[in-house]
Design a protein around this ligand. Structure first.
Ligand code: GUN
Length: 282
C-alpha cells in the first residue's frame, strides 16, 4: 500500500506558519494585503475567490476584492491593475482567471508589478524562476515541492516525469524539479509511447485534466505519484488524472483527489503574500 500524501494537513501547517509570520509582522506594524480582482460572474471563479478570501481571513491577511462587471473594457481593467501597483498598502495582486473572452489575459498579467505578482504568472517571475533569481513562483508547483519536502520524498538525482506543459503547472514544475536536482522530462499530448516514459519516473506528476487517465500501467512500482488533476468522473464526482484505486497499490506514495495538491495552491498563495513583504523591502 502506498503512503498517502495528505495535502489538506500539510496545507494546514503552511497556513498556520503564515498566520504566525503575519502576526509577527503585525507586531512590527506591518500589514499584509492581497487585492483580488474578479471580472464577471463565473460561478467557479466566485468559489475560488471566496476560498482565497477565507484563507486570508484565517491567516490575518487583509483581502480586498475588486469586482468588475463582465463587460469591463481592457483599458479599464489595466487602469485598475495600475492603481493597485501604485497603492503602497497593497502587497499582492491577483486577477482571477479565466477572464471574459473579450479581454486579453496576457496583457493584464504583464501589467501586474512583478513585485506584487503573487500568482507568479508574470513573464519576469517565470524568467526569474528559470535562472534562479528571487521572484514569485506559481502556487500549484510551489505547493508540490512543499508536499515532497514535507513527506520526506527525495528528489536529488531521481527521474521526474511531468505530464502536461501548461504555463501554470507543467513548465514551472519542470524548473522547480531541476532546482531540486531531479532529472526532468516533460511529456505532453504529442509524446510518443507515454507509458514507456511515465514508467521511468521515480516521481510522476500529472497535470492533463483527463479523469482517471493514468492507470497502474503508467506507474513504476514504488513511484511517488502527484496528481494535479481536478476532474469529474462519469458520475460527476471529483477525481484526478490518476485512477487512484488502480494505481495506488503499485505506487510508493500518492496524493488523493480531493485532499492532495488542491489545498496546497491556496496555502502557497498565502505564503507568496507574506513573501511579497520581503521582496518589496529588498
Ligand atoms: N483560476 C484558476 N486557478 C487560478 C489561479 O491560481 N490564479 C488565478 N489568478 N486564477 C485562477
Amino acid at each position: 500500500m502506498a503512503e498517502l500524501i495528505n495535502g489538506k494537513e500539510i496545507a494546514g501547517q503552511i497556513r498556520d506558519e503564515v498566520k504566525g509570520t503575519v502576526a509577527a509582522l503585525s507586531v512590527r506594524g506591518i500589514r499584509v494585503t492581497l487585492a483580488v480582482v474578479l471580472v464577471g460572474e463565473d460561478p467557479a471563479s466566485q468559489v475560488y475567490v471566496r476560498n482565497k478570501e477565507k484563507a486570508c481571513e484565517y491567516c490575518g491577511i487583509v483581502s480586498r476584492r475588486i469586482t468588475l462587471p463582465e463587460q469591463t473594457p481592457q483599458e479599464e481593467l489595466l487602469k485598475v491593475v495600475k492603481d493597485l501597483n501604485e497603492d503602497p498598502s497593497v502587497n499582492g495582486i491577483l486577477v482571477q482567471l479565466p477572464l471574459p473572452r473579450h479581454l486579453d489575459a496576457d496583457e493584464v498579467i504583464r501589467a501586474i508589478s512583478p513585485l506584487k505578482d503573487v500568482d507568479g504568472f508574470h513573464p519576469q517571475s517565470v524568467g526569474a524562476l528559470s535562472i534562479g533569481l528571487p521572484g514569485f513562483t506559481s502556487c500549484t508547483p510551489a505547493g508540490i515541492i512543499e508536499l515532497l519536502h514535507r513527506s520526506g520524498i527525495k528528489t536529488d538525482g531521481r527521474e521526474c516525469v511531468i505530464v502536461g506543459r501548461s504555463n501554470i503547472v507543467g513548465k514551472p514544475m519542470g524548473m522547480l524539479m531541476l532546482r531540486e536536482n531531479a532529472t526532468v522530462t516533460i511529456a505532453h499530448s504529442h509524446t510518443k509511447n507515454l507509458q514507456e516514459v511515465t514508467r521511468r519516473a521515480d516521481i510522476l506528476i500529472t497535470a492533463i485534466g483527463k479523469p482517471k487517465f493514468f492507470t497502474r500501467d503508467y506507474v513504476k512500482e514504488g513511484a511517488c505519484v502527484i496528481d494535479c488533476g481536478m476532474d469529474r468522473d462519469e458520475n460527476g464526482k471529483l477525481c484526478g488524472d490518476v485512477d487512484f484505486a488502480d494505481a495506488e497499490p503499485v505506487a510508493g506514495a500518492i496524493t488523493p483527489v480531493p485532499g492532495g495538491v488542491g489545498p496546497m495552491t491556496v496555502a502557497m498563495l498565502m505564503k507568496n503574500c507574506v513573501d511579497s513583504i520581503v521582496l518589496q523591502r529588498s
